[in-house]
Design a protein around this ligand. Structure first.
Ligand code: MG
Ligand code: MG
Length: 257
């Protein structure tokens, strides 16, 4: 069942999202060659706990860390580890914050050092597709309109859309109804109404759309081991507008590509 939020609840999610945006900005300062992904996790957890909040992912269904860190062919749900970032990697940093009873969720994929132009193009197209999806997330449209716009844009560039993992409603729980696929038909799926808060999160692959899960029970990678990109925002659908509650502003102040 979809949990519609009051404007007070949307404000609380926005407060959670502001802490999240600033945590991402702290992480962005350290995304460079030679940095261990576990160090980024430590930065994020400290920042979140210093701001009277809790990392949403830590302990969620047993997930061990505050961030999901997914490098190169890993699509999502990678563990932070002793792996040191190297020149030419891409790294998706996905983070959630729980504050005053409400979750927020956002992700950003970074290039590390010199990344091949074809992979930079994948990152930019995935980021652009997120904003195209957000444009469709307005009251009166349907969930399928979001996925349709994402799918049409990225497939026209020769990329593929992961099907098994999707965006989601969120609020008091990290994952609520409805599911928000990154593919779909115009005019299909649940109606978007004021009070819905959803995470839109395209996961776009350079090669095949097929994925496999590693034996650790979490890590999802592309079947052909080609790179995958992931960007995410939490958005609120209001009567006359859609508000992007999370922000990449603090990342983009510290990190340009
Ligand atoms: Mg996320
Ligand atoms: Mg999410």
């Amino acid at each position: 069942m979809i949990q519609y939020k009051t404007s007070e609840e949307v404000q609380l999610i926005k407060t959670s999202a502001d802490i999240l945006g600033r945590a991402h900005g702290e992480i962005a300062k350290y995304v460079k060659e030679g940095v261990k992904t576990s160090f980024l996790d430590k930065i994020a957890e400290e920042y979140i706990r210093d701001h009277q909040a809790v990392p949403s992912f830590k302990g969620y269904n047993g997930f061990p860390s505050s961030l999901c860190i997914s490098v190169n062919e890993v699509v999502v749900h990678g563990f932070p580890s002793d792996y040191e970032l190297k020149d030419g990697d891409i790294i998706s940093v996905d983070c959630g914050v729980f504050h005053q009873g409400f979750h927020s969720d956002s992700a950003y994929t970074y290039p590390v050092g010199e990344v091949s132009p074809s992979v930079i193009a994948l990152l930019k197209a995935t980021r652009d597709s997120l904003y195209l999806g957000i444009e469709q997330a307005v009251a009166g449209n349907r969930i399928g309109d979001i996925g349709h716009s994402i799918q049409k844009f990225v497939e026209a560039k020769g990329y593929t859309v992961v099907r098994e993992l999707v965006g989601h409603g969120l609020g008091r729980k990290l994952h609520e109804a409805p599911e928000v696929p990154n593919y779909g038909k115009k005019g299909s799926g649940p109606l978007l109404k004021a009070g819905m808060v959803i995470a839109i999160e395209p996961m776009i692959n350079l090669g095949t759309r097929n994925i496999v899960q590693e034996r650790d029970g979490w890590t999802i990678r592309t079947a052909d081991r080609k790179p995958s990109a992931h960007y995410e925002h939490t958005v609120a659908i209001l009567e006359n507008k859609t508000e992007v509650l999370t922000t990449h502003k603090y990342i983009e102040e510290n990190f340009k590509f």
